[in-house]
Design a protein around this ligand. Structure first.
Ligand code: UDP
Length: 485
């Protein structure tokens, strides 16, 4: 890693309180730190261990210091259970929506504490996540630039931005009619059903829709945007962002590639529920490119019926697999009714179910992995791209529907399972569709073509972060610009 000694530059990172945002923020801080920049991560008491373990190790191994500042999260004040400081722990069930709104209310209340820190620490720049809608205002109070981090790619910023300008979704006769996103290259098509509520709702009483609308306005007001993506992956949309939306943008990813040793790749904020070595041993018993990795990120809550469909789809596809299922999938008697009768016996040797947290990066980069089923969270999508594997896409909410189109329509390294609707809590991915899509990415000439394209993108991703690569140069240019301000 190149080291440009600029000891006086101090960048403060304010990640959103969800693992999908904290993991890449920690990696960004490592990258800045490795270039001699002073870095500080701001988080809350319950979330601090997610960072501190990794921070201790890189301080010991690489001599890179990352500071951590803790601010209190007012969960109880807004009606959340004590200790509910991460989106992952928002209570599920009937009150889920109300609790989610409360969670974002608590996030909005952090402004004062963050400004207190800005005043004490005097950083030169604030890299704040999209959900801190007051961060531009806070940074400007202290005369420093705010960089916007949305945890996603240029493509997924450009789609809603282009739609807000041209409003194509207002000119269709039904929620399921396809429309093209005007002005955006690539003939990208969507239906209203696949769009987040904030794009469709004019209801000022809908707090969540209002918040999302505000995040999209604030990105354009920020000093610039940092993307965990690389230019060669989406050149057209990176250019659109800069030239049409007029934003300063730096593509500095895949930031996860800064993790070079086993421990850093194994620890992504949480302890794995399976011994990493055992898992890799199991994979090593398989042929190259023969196993599918199936995981739906950190937040997906599936109904038992949906899990059953996934299980049956995987089994019918005949592929070897690793399937990650979140742990709480048991009924009151401890039964796992979501698994088809006799499933585990039948898949013995063919499949591995990980209940809880998987060492995803280590798994994906194993040579036996030949495909992935993903919810299209951006981190997982980019990790799949970096690993050079074709994907079956099964988006659930948020930017995942945009990321799906990038994978399937633009990069052509994936097959959609055909989820039609964002707000579907029932069964949105049917077993036949899962089976079909899995076969399409794993077997036959089309699959081979997709694999070639995916592998070539994986190589580009690695090159981008090496010395002289586009992401490495973009990051150096960003540091240079901040230093000269
Ligand atoms: N992840 C992991 N093990 C798991 C599930 C997720 O390591 O069992 C990591 C994954 O590698 C990725 C992140 O958690 O870096 C999930 O981020 P993503 O944007 O894909 O999804 P989100 O959960 O935020 O929707």
């Amino acid at each position: 890693m190149m080291s440009t000694e600029i000891p006086q530059l101090h960048v403060m990172f304010l990640p959103f309180l969800g693992l999908g945002h904290m993991i890449p923020t920690l990696d960004m801080a490592k990258l800045f730190g490795a270039r001699g920049v002073k870095t500080t991560i701001v988080t809350t008491p319950v979330n601090s261990p997610i960072f501190s373990k990794a921070i201790q190790r890189i301080s010991k191994d690489l001599g890179v210091q990352i500071g951590i500042k803790i601010i209190n999260f007012p969960c109880v004040e807004v009606g959340l259970p004590d200790g509910c400081e991460n989106v992952d722990t928002i209570p599920k069930g009937e009150t889920s929506m109300e609790m989610t709104i409360n969670f974002f209310k608590a996030v909005s209340m952090l402004q004062e504490s963050v400004e207190q820190l800005l005043s004490e620490c005097k950083p030169n720049c604030l890299v704040a996540d999209m959900f801190f809608t007051w961060a531009n205002e806070s940074a400007s109070k202290f005369g420093i630039p705010r960089l916007f981090f949305n945890g996603s790619c240029s493509f997924s910023l450009c789609v809603p931005a282009a739609c807000m300008i041209h409003e194509p979704h207002k000119h269709v006769s039904s929620d399921s009619e396809l429309f093209v996103v005007p002005g955006l290259p690539g003939d990208i098509k969507f239906t209203r059903k696949q769009f987040p509520e904030f794009m469709l709702s004019n209801d000022d009483n809908n707090g969540f829709a209002k918040l999302l609308k505000k995040t999209n306005e604030e990105d354009l007001k920020s000093y610039g945007i940092v993307f965990n993506s690389f230019y060669e992956l989406e050149p057209t949309y990176a250019d659109y962002c800069r030239n049409v939306l007029g934003k300063k943008a730096w593509h500095i990813g895949p930031v996860g590639l800064c993790n070079r040793n086993f421990e850093d790749k194994a620890w992504r904020g949480k302890q794995s529920s399976i011994d990493e070595h055992e898992c890799l041993k199991w994979l090593s018993s398989k042929k190259p490119d023969s196993v599918v990795y199936i995981c739906f990120g950190t937040l997906a809550e599936f109904s038992f019926a949906q899990l059953m469909e996934i299980a049956l789809g995987i089994e019918a596809s005949g592929q070897d697999f690793i399937w990650v299922v979140r742990k709480n999938k048991k009924d009151e008697d401890g039964n796992e009714d979501w698994l088809p009768e006799g499933f585990e016996k039948r898949i013995e040797g063919k499949g591995l179910i990980i209940r809880g947290w998987a060492p995803q990066v280590l798994i994906l980069e194993h040579e036996s992995i030949g495909g992935m089923v993903t919810h299209c969270g951006w981190n997982s999508t980019l990790e799949g791209v970096t690993a050079g594997v074709p994907m079956v896409t099964c988006p659930l909410f948020a930017d995942q529907f945009y990321n799906e189109k990038l994978v399937t329509q633009v990069l052509k390294i994936g097959v959609s399972v055909g989820v039609e609707e964002m707000r579907n809590m029932g069964v949105s991915a049917k077993r036949e569709a899962i089976e079909k899509a899995l076969k399409e990415i794993m077997v036959g000439d089309e699959a081979e073509e997709m694999k070639k394209r995916a592998k070539s993108l994986g190589l580009m991703a690695r090159r981008a972060v090496e010395d002289g690569g586009s992401s490495c140069s973009d990051l150096n240019a960003l540091i240079q610009e901040l230093s000269s301000m």
